[in-house]
Design a protein around this ligand. Structure first.
Ligand SMILES: Nc1ncnc2c1ncn2[C@@H]1O[C@H](COP(=O)(O)OP(=O)(O)OP(=O)(O)O)[C@@H](O)[C@H]1O
Length: 808
């Protein structure tokens, strides 16, 4: 919690006490005069223009003066006199018209006249904001205005900090600014937090705070507050729903809507345009626009954090020549604050944002607001575009609309009196970045993963939109969109194809399976073996199942198919035969084990039933058939390790100039061979060397796995500790980040394993790894390569390593 004894001066205690007493005396006299003046104030007179026309306390006057506020804006001139007289207010005025001061001034003044000051007074005013950034901004204005002599203690509670530390300070607060969740948390958990004497409740961006997302929290907060209080609601798009007003127990509220008669709902200084931009051209158009506006301050809105991240990471890498920033709700608080501060201070910059930055934020001098993804409704449009052309300054808004969105969205905007005109994109100036994005996605699996997630969240957001007249799912060219993000294929979108939930589940499950259905259901062993084997999954299968089940299904199939084809070829080479069954089955090993894992997946087998209790199984390459006449033998078939032992190990073959296969010794110089020692000794030596290599790699793998486990435990403990301390872990995005990082790391490992030895450049958002780890990885890579070179894969681990290489 940030707190401010608004006076903020430091003096020796005795002197301080004396000065405070003197001040209180002065204030008492002041208060009486002020009460009188406010009593005489005629709030509907309409002749108040300057702040000095109002009966305000000396500290507030000084505060306004030091911040260079002299003339009131319309909303201030109308709302402040009413609020000073204690009316409940429903205030609506365009974005950037100065609503913040319209409630801060009455808060300071009304509490001042009541002398609601000091530790014993308790909380006098509570100001609620929908986002942390906006709460911080309000708190800053409050601090600026109050620091010239007010004695209130003011605090900010927005989550992300230790609850305990906030608790201590909370009991002393007279004015509190915060977000709904955190305020409620304190009301329900901080015993000493006393709101019984609360005088004023303020809701900034009231329509947002009262909507469904915050409804539960706000209703619960209201339950704690005394009914006898003054309530002020402000927003640029105000709802007048009676149910909302009843929820807040407003008493005969005054509607102060200064721009209601205006022909437009947005500032006059704002120039608003839209362009028709099919989904698949968005990236190119945005990039070209940024290129053409490097000497500007640009704010771009997207529909989800995933898209923001993808665009930020990919554009950043392409070096656009203007500083890029990004902000979304999944970031940690520190990063968000850092970004808002940087963008506020920047002269030229481009900020990619979700709607977390759409409301209330007062970034100075924004030139352009680009709405790259269509807003969900006209109100969201108005709030987004309102980040420019604030307080009589000029600004431009550009809305990207897909052809199918045009009619619906324009209708909504027209209904809200938003004047917007169509402009065209100069096609000649549009640069295509598709091939660059494709190349980048190809080179960096982590970026490709981001693109996939961006694609899916975009499709999902369109699917979930309430306004079906604007967002017509079937009309978007999703394939073109996927390609424009640099993706090699279109990630699967379940809801586009299947309506029935059951079908959907089935489909995604099927998508994970390799298309070979013939191997299934062979023999009775499949049943129990299948069930048991479901728990045996490779990390790749877990990864695909958990994160990308819907995203990658088709692509995954393709990869696996390629994998199969490639390994089929190897198989032919090595064995000099190309039996269809043998190829499929051998290769399906790597993919089928996790999902089905029966013995038929591991090895081609031929099962004959001899008697009721006896079966003969012919294992590929085994010298003798295996007779299954007992439970123990049957179980043997379920163990892949044991079965692999029974199988033929395969031979290493070398091809002559005509392409005919030979065993190695056939083409070797006999003298050379003899010089290396007896064949038996040579074999022994070879096996020993290979074993040493494998053993060493094994030790390293185990150490790495142990370190990973340790790190996971540490992170879990850290999270538990933070939760115990009340730190808002979810809000800060910690949980998600951890998972995501793990996944990115997996992708990186895949890519690295597949490379033939050259050291890769650092990824754009790869965390720094210690040299030690790097060295370890490189060593392991070397070992794995060595293993593959020596022989065809013999163990499951070998197969997985090979599969990983092919996947990468
Ligand atoms: N009386 C005034 N004189 C000069 N500048 C003012 C005055 N009142 C407000 N401003 C300035 O106008 C800008 C916009 O004010 P504010 O953020 O309060 O707008 P708002 O109406 O709350 O906007 P939004 O609807 O987007 O939240 C701020 O930079 C603020 O400092």
């Amino acid at each position: 919690m940030v707190s401010s004894g608004i006076t903020g001066r430091t003096r020796p205690t005795k002197v301080k006490k004396h000065a405070a007493a003197q001040k209180r005396k002065r204030d008492d006299v002041d208060v009486e005069k002020l009460e009188q003046a406010v009593e005489e104030l005629d709030p509907r007179n309409g002749s108040y223009r300057d702040f000095t026309d109002l009966p305000l306390s000396e500290p507030t006057k000084q505060g306004l003066k030091s911040s260079h506020f002299a003339v009131m804006t319309d909303i201030q001139a109308k709302a402040i006199p009413l609020a000073l007289k204690g009316y409940d207010i429903l205030g609506a005025a365009k974005t950037g018209s100065g609503k913040t001061l319209a409630f801060i001034v009455p808060v300071l003044e009304n509490l001042y006249r009541l002398q609601h000051v000091g530790m014993d007074a308790g909380l006098g005013a509570l100001i609620i904001s929908p986002t942390r950034e906006l709460a911080i901004q309000i708190f800053e204005v409050l601090r600026q205005l109050g620091k010239q002599g007010h004695m209130f203690a003011a605090g900010l509670v927005i989550g992300g900090k230790s609850l305990e530390a906030e608790r201590q300070a909370l009991t002393r607060m007279n004015i509190l600014v915060g977000t709904p969740g955190r305020i409620l948390q304190h009301l329900s958990q901080t015993v000493a937090f006393n709101v019984d004497d609360l005088k004023m409740l303020v809701l900034d961006e009231a329509d947002r705070i009262l909507d469904m997302g915050f409804q539960r929290d706000v209703d619960a907060i209201i339950e704690y507050l005394p009914k006898e209080r003054q309530t002020l609601l402000f927003s640029a798009t105000q709802s007048r729903k009676l149910s909302d007003l009843a929820r807040l127990s407003l008493q005969d509220p005054e509607y102060v809507s200064v721009h209601a008669e205006d022909r437009t709902a947005t500032p006059k200084t704002l120039q608003q345009n839209y362009i028709i931009c099919p989904l698949e051209e968005k990236m190119d158009t945005l990039w070209s626009f940024i290129q053409a506006s490097k000497k500007s301050k640009i704010l771009c809105f997207f529909s989800s954090a995933k898209i923001v991240r993808f665009v930020y990471e990919s554009f950043r890498h392409m070096q656009p020549g203007i500083p890029l920033l990004h902000i979304h709700g999944r970031q940690k608080q520190g990063a968000r604050l850092d970004t808002t501060a940087k963008f506020s201070a920047a002269k030229y910059s481009c900020l990619f944002a979700t709607d977390v930055a759409a409301r209330g934020l007062d970034f100075p001098a924004v030139d352009f607001v680009i709405q790259v993804d269509c807003p969900e409704d006209a109100d969201t449009y108005i709030h987004r575009v309102g980040r420019t052309a604030r307080y009589n300054r000029e600004g431009r808004g550009v809305l990207f609309l897909a052809p199918s969105e045009e009619e619906g969205m324009l209708k909504r905007l027209e209904a809200k009196n938003v004047p917007i005109e169509l402009i065209n994109v100069r096609q000649k100036k549009r640069q295509s970045i598709k091939s660059q994005l494709t190349h980048m996605c190809f080179k960096d699996p982590a970026l490709k993963y981001l693109a996939q997630k961006a694609f899916v969240t975009y499709a999902k957001s369109v699917y979930l939109q309430k306004d079906k007249e604007t967002f017509k799912l079937k009309e978007y060219d999703f394939e073109g969109f996927a390609a424009s993000l640099g993706l090699p294929g279109t990630p699967r979108i379940k809801f586009l194809k299947d309506d029935d939930a059951k079908q959907k589940k089935q489909a995604s499950r099927e998508a994970l399976e390799v298309s070979d259905t013939s191997a299934e259901g062979e023999g009775e062993e499949d049943g129990p073996a299948k069930k048991k084997a479901k728990t045996v999954r490779t990390k790749y299968d877990r990864m695909f199942e958990r994160q990308n089940q819907d995203v990658l299904a088709d692509h995954y199939k393709k990869l696996v198919k390629n994998d199969l084809d490639a390994t089929d070829a190897d198989d032919q080479d090595l064995n000099g035969e190309a039996g269809e069954d043998a190829e499929d089955d051998f290769l399906s090993v790597k993919r089928r084990i996790p999902a089905e894992a029966s013995i038929s997946d591991v090895v081609p087998e031929d099962t004959e039933a001899t008697t009721k209790d006896q079966k003969v199984v012919h294992l590929q390459g085994a010298k003798q058939p295996l007779i299954i006449d007992s439970k123990r033998r049957e179980n043997l078939l379920k163990s892949k390790k044991k079965v692999l032992k029974l199988m033929d190990r395969g031979k290493k073959l070398v091809y002559d100039d005509e392409g005919n296969p030979h065993e190695v010794y056939e083409l070797e110089d006999e003298m050379d061979f003899k010089a290396r020692g007896l064949p038996g000794e040579q074999r022994k030596k070879f096996i020993e060397t290979a074993r040493e290599i494998v053993a060493e790699a094994d030790v390293q793998d185990k150490a790495a796995a142990k370190a990973k486990r340790k790190e996971k435990t540490r992170k879990r403990k850290e999270r538990e500790r933070m939760e115990a301390e009340g730190v808002d872990v979810e809000d800060g995005g910690v949980t998600l980040d951890v998972n995501q990082e793990d996944l990115l790391a997996n992708f990186r490992a895949d890519a690295e394993a597949s490379e033939s030895g050259e050291v890769r450049g650092k990824k754009w958002f790869q965390e720094d790894e210690s040299d030690e780890e790097d060295k370890g990885k490189k060593k392991r890579k070397g070992k794995r390569r060595a293993k593959v070179e020596i022989e065809e894969p013999q163990t499951l681990e070998d197969m997985e390593a090979l599969a990983a290489g092919l996947l990468g």
